[in-house]
Structure formats: structure tokens, C-alpha cells
Design a protein around this ligand. Structure first.
Ligand code: TYC
Length: 117
């Protein structure tokens, strides 16, 4: 946590540095944290993309081991949609692009989307 200086109206008069402008710097002590917006990256089922290709996608772009990748692929196959991971906006956007580009290079119709949590 970084203590941010806050400019305050104070100390009019006197002979210090702040006297001329009637200002002084105080420091925020309470930790002020901001939660980032998070996005789920989802794979959608289709009838044509090979199961092995989807497993490879999950290993390559989402750092899943073979067991986790297979479980997620089968979940998507059986339920129509499944979560690959949860990321900040820019990371999620990058993952979606990487998956879509890779699928198109291999001429598979696989769809990957992101959704705000
Ligand atoms: N349903 C595909 C098949 O039977 C496999 C598949 C799984 C496709 C997950 C896409 O996101 C997907 N070959």
C-alpha cells in the first residue's frame, strides 16, 4: 500500500514552506485498495472441434494439466459451456483472442468468449 500525499487547505500564516499558499501535505494512512473487475473466460461447445484440440487449448493458453483440461473439455461437451479461468479485462481479452486465432488457424469453429463476473 502506497501512502498518497493529499493537498489540504491549512496553515494560513506562519513562516514555514506552506505559509505562502495556505496549503500543507498530509498522508493517507488507511489502506485504500481497489478490486479489479474480473472476467470469466468461457469455451462454448460445438459439434466439430476435436476433443483433443480443446484439451490442447486448455493446456497451452490456460496452464491446465492434462487431467484438469480433460475435465473442463468434457464439462463443455456435456453442458454446452464451461469456464477456463478468471482474469482481469486485458488478460481475458488476450486469452480470447489467442484461442480464437489458434482455432481459426486450424480451421476449427471453436468459440471462446468473456463475461463480466
Ligand atoms: N463437442 C466436441 C466433439 O464432440 C468437443 C468439444 C468440446 C468442442 C468442447 C468444443 O469447447 C468445446 N468433438
Amino acid at each position: 500500500m502506497i501512502a498518497l500525499p493529499i493537498l489540504m487547505q491549512a496553515e494560513k500564516g506562519g513562516d514555514g514552506d506552506n505559509a505562502n499558499r495556505g496549503t500543507s501535505v498530509i498522508t493517507r494512512t488507511k489502506p485504500k485498495t481497489k478490486k479489479p473487475n474480473l472476467y470469466r473466460v468461457l469455451l462454448l461447445n460445438d459439434d466439430y472441434t476435436p476433443m483433443e484440440f480443446v484439451i490442447h487449448i486448455l493446456e497451452r493458453f490456460f496452464q491446465k494439466d492434462r487431467e484438469a483440461a480433460t475435465r473442463i473439455m468434457l464439462h463443455v461437451h456435456n453442458h454446452g459451456v464451461g469456464e477456463c479461468g478468471i482474469f482481469t479485462y486485458e488478460v481475458a481479452e488476450t486469452k480470447v483472442s489467442q484461442v480464437m486465432d489458434f482455432a481459426r488457424q486450424h480451421q476449427h469453429p471453436l468459440q471462446c468468449v468473456m463475461e463480466k463476473k
